[in-house]
Design a protein around this ligand. Structure first.
Ligand SMILES: [Zn+2]
Length: 202
């Protein structure tokens, strides 16, 4: 069986940093390693094949030419069963916690970032495979709206802002604050933790 064709983008990005291979083809590897051309192209081809497979197994059978935004949404929901991102329900005590301290029974989903990137690749692949842009189901309004909804929902459930990927992860902020860097940029939660550790509070 093909395992997990849609691994969580967020985790694979953070793991990229450890790569640092002596691959001669990469000219000036930038920080956005996930978008290295060959890697992107490979991923795009895999995604396209997976979608083709999905269409083939669809009941009733579904031709690409008849594929609509609604079918794309169906596909995205189908992918959630392979997701690895914990999305807390509003009744979970960890709702809104980026780093829950304990396990919980909330469902695993595809992370919004994974879906968003996937749709981008499939949208490009569709046109590269002869599809007309105006008929591109991956560019459908319903798909855009769905992605936005998923983003808002996951952002609230996971306590993560999707504004920009650039900002430091909370754990790093906490570490540097704990190291006594003296910077005034520590998040409130971190400074309280610091104070507790230093025995100032209570
Ligand atoms: Zn939960």
């Amino acid at each position: 069986m093909m395992m997990d064709p849609f691994a969580d983008i967020e985790t694979s990005q953070s793991e990229n940093a450890t790569g640092n291979s002596s691959n001669s083809t990469s000219a000036g590897t930038s920080s956005s390693a996930a978008s290295t051309p060959s890697r992107y192209e490979n991923q795009k081809r895999r995604d396209w094949n997976t979608f083709g497979q999905y269409l083939k197994n669809h009941r009733p059978p579904l031709a690409l030419s008849r594929c609509s935004g609604a079918h794309v949404l169906e596909f995205l929901r189908y992918l959630d069963q392979f997701g690895k991102t914990k999305v807390h329900t509003p009744i979970c005590p960890f709702y809104g916690h980026p780093n829950p301290p304990a396990p919980c029974p909330c469902p695993l989903r595809q992370a919004w970032g994974s879906l968003d990137a996937l749709i981008g690749r499939l949208r490009a692949a569709y046109e590269e495979n002869g599809g007309r842009p105006e008929a591109n189901p991956f560019g459908a309004r319903a798909v855009r709206l769905y992605l936005r909804e998923v983003r808002d929902l996951q952002s609230k459930a996971r306590g993560i802002s999707y504004e920009k990927k650039k900002r430091k992860r909370p754990s790093q902020q906490h570490l540097s604050a704990a190291a006594g860097a003296g910077a005034g940029s520590a998040a409130p939660a971190a400074s309280v933790l610091d104070a507790i550790k230093a025995g100032v509070v209570l």
